[in-house]
Design a protein around this ligand. Structure first.
Ligand code: 5GP
Length: 193
C-alpha cells in the first residue's frame, strides 16, 4: 500500500536489532488518516469473508483493530498481556514471546468474547517472527473460532514468519512487506508484488 510505504520512508526509523520504529504514526502518535486507509484496504480484501470479530493483541494492535472493526461494523477484542484482578478466570490463554521486549507474556481473552460461531480476522501492526499471530491463532483454536484471515500493517519479510504461515494456508494481507532494512545506511527495501 503506497500510503503506508510513504509513511514508513518519511517517518520510520531503522534501529539496530532489525527494529523499525514507527512511533510517529502508528505506535505512539497515531495518524487517523492512515488508519482509515489501512482499514479500507483490509475491508476491500476480506469483505466477502463474513467477519464477525476482529482480534488483536495489546497495545499497538488496538488502534488498527478499532478502525477496522468500525469499517466491518463488528466488535473487536484485544488479548491482554497481563491478568488484572477484575478479570474472570474463565480465559483462553497462550504464551507469546515478545520480539520487541524480549520477554514472554501469557496473553488472555475472556471466554465470553470468542466463540465457535465467530469468523475472526486477526489484526496486528507488525509481523516479525510470528509469535503474536501464533498466540492469537491458539486463542481462536481454543475457542473453536474460524480464522478467516490475518491483516498485518508491516511485515518484516526477511524474518520469514509470513512466508511460513502462508505456506500453512493462512490468508495474510500485509500492506507493506520489508525485504531488507539497513541500520547504518537506513535504507529500506520493500517487496515488489
Ligand atoms: P512477532 O510476534 O511476529 O515476532 O512480532 C510482532 C509483534 O512484535 C508485534 O505485535 C509488534 O508490536 C512487535 N514488533 C515486532 N517487530 C517490530 C518492529 O520492528 N517494530 C515495532 N515497532 N514493533 C515490532
Amino acid at each position: 500500500m503506497l500510503e503506508l510505504k510513504d509513511y514508513i520512508l518519511k517517518h520510520g526509523k531503522v534501529l539496530s536489532g532489525d527494529i523499525l520504529k514507527v512511533d510517529a504514526f502508528l505506535n505512539q502518535q497515531v495518524d487517523i488518516n492512515l488508519l482509515k486507509v489501512i482499514a479500507d484496504e483490509w475491508f476491500d480484501y476480506f469483505k466477502e469473508k463474513k467477519v464477525t470479530k476482529i482480534l488483536t493483541i495489546e497495545a499497538s494492535g488496538i488502534a488498527l483493530a478499532c478502525a477496522t472493526a468500525i469499517k466491518f461494523n463488528v466488535p473487536f477484542v484485544f488479548a491482554k498481556k497481563s491478568i488484572t484482578s477484575n478479570m474472570s478466570n474463565n480465559l483462553y490463554q497462550a504464551k507469546v514471546f515478545s520480539y520487541t521486549h524480549q520477554n514472554t507474556n501469557l496473553i488472555s481473552v475472556d471466554k465470553s468474547y470468542l466463540n465457535k460461531d465467530d469468523n475472526v480476522l486477526i489484526i496486528d501492526d507488525f509481523l516479525a517472527n510470528g509469535q503474536a499471530v501464533m498466540g492469537l491463532l491458539e486463542l481462536c483454536r481454543q475457542a473453536g473460532s474460524k480464522v478467516v484471515g490475518v491483516g498485518i500493517a508491516i511485515e518484516k519479510g526477511f524474518q520469514k514468519a509470513g512466508d511460513i504461515l502462508r505456506s500453512k494456508g493462512l490468508d495474510i494481507k500485509s500492506l507493506a512487506i520489508i525485504d531488507s532494512m539497513n541500520p547504518v545506511s537506513k535504507e529500506i527495501k520493500f517487496r515488489m508484488k
